[in-house]
Design a protein around this ligand. Structure first.
Ligand SMILES: [Zn+2]
Length: 299
């Protein structure tokens, strides 16, 4: 025998044996999401003549949401993730399962963002229909923060129809406290979010180039946070504010309202959206203290 058992087994594994399993589970990301949704209207097509069984809400979201998130993170292009997101509840007018989005009470921001911690911190849960997490181990926050993220991004998906991937960067460590390389992000109420990418880019793109950013989608995302009433300040490079400001006006924001929200065009002026060095590819959203956070302090 010239072919030893070990070599045969290796050849078998590489060549054929792993591909002929008729019971193999299809890859979830390549199953038929389009069958459940009409790409033109984004509405359920279960009333189509070819379908006799209505598709139950939530049918697109099976298995562990953390696994779904990993599938999205493994995709090459943002628009691939966009297609994938179309099949999930919370997209295209389909409500996310409210029970799945229950966030427990009791996680409290303590002290200031620059010198603080989190009591009973909770992780930002995997919700691939709403967002992806860049570093789950650095995405812990207070109840107020985690709920605000769910509220803002549920609105973005369900009410405003934005399906571009929202990549959440750092929030805080599991107990808060110092987190390199940040000065703040210590008390579970600072959230870094990458600016939303234009279609066609590698989904890992860091949008240091302004032309990489979908400013209209990014404004809609920022506006969804502002509408929660929970934002204390939002940091974005001053020159980038010009592009976000223009998107806000395109979206119909009155110039007088935009003047209250943006520093732009007055460098160093008041405004909820303020310049901070190093915030060119992401926005940094700082929330105020929640009602049930007696030890939460200042800014
Ligand atoms: Zn930050």
């Amino acid at each position: 025998m010239r072919l030893g058992f070990g070599a045969w087994l290796a050849a078998c594994l590489v060549a054929a044996c792993g591909t002929a399993d008729p019971g193999a589970t299809p890859q979830p990301g390549t199953s038929q999401p389009q069958a459940e949704l009409s790409p033109q209207t984004g509405t359920a097509s279960s009333s189509g003549v070819e379908s006799t069984e209505p598709t139950p809400p939530g049918a697109g979201l099976v298995g562990d949401p953390a696994d779904r998130e990993l599938e999205i993170l493994g995709m090459a292009h943002a628009e691939s993730a966009d297609d994938f997101l179309l099949a999930l509840p919370g997209s295209s007018g389909l409500r996310a399962d409210p029970a799945a989005d229950l966030i427990p009470d009791g996680a409290q921001s303590v002290g200031t963002p620059q010198r603080g911690r989190i009591h009973n911190a909770i992780p930002l849960p995997p919700r691939p229909h709403l967002y992806t997490r860049r570093h789950p181990g650095r995405s812990f926050g207070s109840t107020h923060t985690i709920r605000t993220i769910q509220t803002a991004l549920s609105t973005l998906r369900s009410d405003k129809g934005v399906r571009t991937e929202v990549m959440i960067g750092d929030i805080s460590l599991p107990s808060g406290g110092p987190i390199s390389p940040h000065v703040s992000h210590q008390s579970g109420r600072d959230i870094d979010i990458r600016l939303l990418l234009v279609e066609g880019l590698d989904r890992k793109t860091v949008p240091v180039d302004a032309s990489s950013v979908d400013w209209d989608a990014t404004w809609t995302m920022v506006h969804s946070f502002l509408e929660t009433g929970a934002v204390k300040v939002l940091f974005l490079d001053f020159r980038r504010q010009a592009l976000l400001h223009a998107a806000a006006l395109r979206a119909g924001v009155h110039p007088n309202v935009a003047r209250r929200w943006f520093q732009w065009p007055q460098a160093g002026g008041p405004g909820l959206i303020r310049h901070e060095a190093g915030h060119r590819a992401h926005v940094h959203i700082r929330l105020g203290c929640g009602h049930a956070e007696p030890s939460c302090r200042g800014s």
